[in-house]
Design a protein around this ligand. Structure first.
Ligand code: SF4
Length: 385
C-alpha cells in the first residue's frame, strides 16, 4: 500500500491532493483517517467542525468520503442494487436518480420518535425500492420533484433550521442513500454543529455504510420484510434480508440505532415474526418501534391483499410476538442510554398530514398512540379507510 496519509494522534492528517489518487488508495486514506478520527472523537457531526470556508487542514476526512461517493456514482453501487451505471453521464439505474438530487419537502416537524423532535426532516425524491404501498410514490416516480439540492444553499438552509430550533438534520426519502454524494458535500459545508439522522430503508451497499461511518449520529432504519419473497413481491427487491440485516448490525456498531417495522396487513407471520426473531438473536438491546400506521397508497390500492388497514387482532398478535421475543419496544420513546442525547426533548406536538385523494378517500399520516384507534373507529368499520 502506498502511504498517502500521514497522521498523528490528533484528528489532523494531511493528504497530498485527492485527484491523483486511485480509488483503492483513497479507500486506504479513508480507513486510516476514519480510524484516527474515531479514536479522537474529532468527526462527530454533533461537535463543532472546522469552518468550511477555512483553507486550513483540507482535504478533510469528509472531503475524502465525498470524493469516494462521487467516484462511486460513475459506476453506481451506492446501494445493494449495484446498477453499475454512470450517473455522472446521465445514465440512471433502478432509482432513476441521475447526477443531481432533488428534495420535495423540508421543515421542522414533530412526527418522529420523541427523542428526535423537533427534527429538520428532508424528503428526497427518488428511491431504490418500489414498495407497492409507498405513500410518497409521486416522488418515487418523479425524481426531479421539488428543489434542486445545491450543497452550499442546502447547508445554509440546514444551519437556519438548526438556529430556529431543529434538534437534528433528518435525511429521509424516498431514500437518502441514492443521494449520498451530494449529502456528504452538503454536510461538509455546515457551519453549525448538527446531529445527523439517517432515516433509511437500509438497502445501502457496504461501501456506503463505510462512508456513513463517523458521520451519522443516529440511524433510523425501516426493517420492512422478514424474507426475500415478500421483499421481491411487494418492493421488487432481490436478496433483501441479508443486505438489510448486515447493515443493521453495522449501524448498531457505529452509532445509535432505532429499528422500525411498519406492520403490513397479512404479513405478521411471514415478515414480523422473522424480523423479531432476528432482532432478538442479533440486536436484542436495540430500540424497536413496531408501527401500526399502515395506509395503502400507490399500487396497494389495486391489490386486494394490501388495500386495507390492520385489524385489531393483527395488532394484538404483533404486540404478542414482539413481547415474546423480549424486544426493547420502549427505549425509542426516551433518550438512548449510554450516549449523549441526539436531540433535546420536544414539545410533545405531533405533525399530522391529512391527504384527500381524488377519489374522495382521506388518509391521515403520522398519527400516534390513541389517535390511531380513534381515527380507525371513525373510518368505515375499522377495516378500511
Ligand atoms: S443508488 Fe442504487 S438504485 Fe440508484 S443507480 Fe445506484 S445502485 Fe442503482
Amino acid at each position: 500500500m502506498r502511504r498517502v496519509c500521514s497522521a498523528s494522534d490528533t484528528h489532523e492528517f494531511s493528504i497530498h491532493g485527492l485527484d491523483g489518487l486511485s480509488t483503492d488508495d483513497l479507500w486506504d486514506v479513508h480507513d486510516q483517517a476514519l480510524s484516527l478520527a474515531l479514536r479522537s472523537g474529532a468527526i462527530s457531526s454533533s461537535r463543532p467542525k472546522q469552518n468550511p470556508d477555512s483553507p486550513l487542514a483540507r482535504p478533510t476526512l469528509l472531503d475524502v468520503k465525498t470524493e469516494l461517493a462521487e467516484r462511486n456514482m460513475r459506476e453506481c453501487s451506492l446501494c445493494e442494487r449495484r446498477c453499475l451505471v454512470d450517473r455522472t453521464k446521465g445514465e440512471t439505474g433502478v432509482c432513476g436518480v441521475g447526477e443531481k438530487s432533488y428534495y420535495f419537502f423540508e421543515q421542522r416537524l414533530w412526527g418522529e420518535e420523541p427523542p428526535l423532535v423537533p427534527s429538520h426532516e428532508v424528503f428526497f425524491s427518488g428511491c431504490n425500492m418500489r414498495c407497492a404501498y409507498c405513500y410518497s410514490w409521486e416522488a418515487l416516480l418523479d425524481t426531479t420533484k421539488g428543489n434542486l439540492l445545491v450543497p452550499d444553499e442546502f447547508a445554509g438552509l440546514v444551519d437556519r433550521r438548526r438556529t430556529e430550533g431543529a434538534a437534528n438534520l433528518n435525511l429521509i426519502g424516498g431514500e437518502p442513500t441514492v443521494h449520498l454524494p451530494v449529502i456528504l458535500r452538503s454536510i461538509s459545508r455546515l457551519k453549525q454543529p448538527t446531529p445527523i439522522v439517517w432515516n433509511s430503508n437500509f438497502l445501502m451497499s457496504q461501501e456506503s455504510m463505510r462512508l456513513l461511518e463517523g458521520i451519522i449520529d443516529l440511524y433510523v432504519g425501516d426493517f420492512r420484510f422478514g424474507n426475500d419473497e415478500c421483499a421481491q413481491k411487494i418492493a421488487d427487491v432481490d436478496r433483501y434480508f441479508d443486505a438489510a440485516s448486515r447493515n443493521f448490525k453495522w449501524a448498531a456498531n457505529s452509532a445509535d440505532l432505532i429499528v422500525r417495522h411498519l406492520l403490513i396487513p397479512g404479513h405478521t407471520e411471514c415478515c414480523l415474526r422473522p424480523i423479531a426473531k432476528w432482532m432478538a438473536d442479533n440486536l436484542p438491546e436495540a430500540p424497536f418501534n413496531l408501527m401500526f400506521q399502515y395506509v395503502p397508497f400507490y399500487k396497494a390500492l389495486e391489490d386486494p391483499s394490501l388495500c386495507r388497514t390492520l385489524t385489531s387482532d393483527e395488532e394484538r398478535e404483533a404486540e404478542e410476538i414482539v413481547s415474546s421475543f423480549g424486544l426493547n419496544t420502549d427505549r425509542w420513546k426516551t433518550y438512548l442510554p449510554g450516549r449523549p442525547p441526539v436531540a433535546e426533548a420536544g414539545s410533545g406536538e405531533v405533525s399530522t398530514t391529512v391527504i384527500v385523494r381524488p377519489d374522495g378517500r382521506v388518509a391521515i399520516m403520522h398519527l400516534h398512540g390513541d389517535l390511531i384507534h380513534i381515527a380507525r373507529a371513525l373510518s368505515n368499520g375499522g377495516e378500511s379507510q
